[in-house]
Design a protein around this ligand. Structure first.
Ligand code: SME
Length: 174
């Protein structure tokens, strides 16, 4: 008999069976524990990308771009190799960074200027990494499914991004 309560927290079955916001709360707790006590920016961003990629169902890419001057530069990620530099204002990532707001794209083919790194991507969620007023970069999630991300995903991933920012802050500013 299938018992979702015995599935790993990142199991797709469990995501289908339980309230998404509760699962995001569990994931946030796990992410905070994973990053706790480690000041290295690369290590924390790499572990955060891996945790998110392997926890959320139906993703083909999850990772970070960090702001260097007026460009976003590829950081740690999981998925296929991606474009390295994205000018502010370009693509979904550059738009989220420039406008400092999360951008949910239900169909990337319908987003003018979308940058196709992996042709499998159909929908996308990009969250700016904001330390107060300071933009550090973005968290980018891609899905092979159309309309993969709803407002629960946006809110849940904004909370994950806030945890990452707290742990990156020290090393990014140093
Ligand atoms: N699709 C993004 C580019 C980054 S990749 O998806 C990893 C964009 O339009 O900004």
């Amino acid at each position: 008999m299938h018992d979702a309560t015995h599935a790993a927290p990142w199991s797709s079955d469990l995501w289908a069976a339980k309230d998404k916001s509760a699962l995001y709360a569990d994931l946030a707790e796990e992410l905070a524990a994973l990053l706790a006590g480690e000041p290295d920016r690369t290590a924390n961003a790499a572990n955060a990308a891996a945790a998110i990629y392997h926890s959320l169902p139906a993703l083909n890419w999850a990772g970070f771009y960090f702001l260097h001057g007026d460009e976003l530069v590829l950081g740690p990620f999981q998925g296929k190799p991606a474009c390295v530099r994205i000018p502010l204002g370009k693509g979904v990532c550059g738009t989220a960074a420039l406008e400092r707001r999360s951008v949910v794209v239900a169909d990337v083919a319908a987003f003018p200027g979308h940058i196709a790194c992996d042709s499998a991507s159909r929908s996308e969620l990009v969250i700016p990494l904001l330390d107060g007023d300071r933009l550090l970069g973005v968290l980018d999630l891609d899905s092979p499914d159309l309309n993969r991300f709803d407002s629960d995903d946006r809110v849940g991933c904004e909370a994950l991004a806030a945890i990452v920012v707290r742990h990156l802050r020290r090393s990014v500013l140093s």
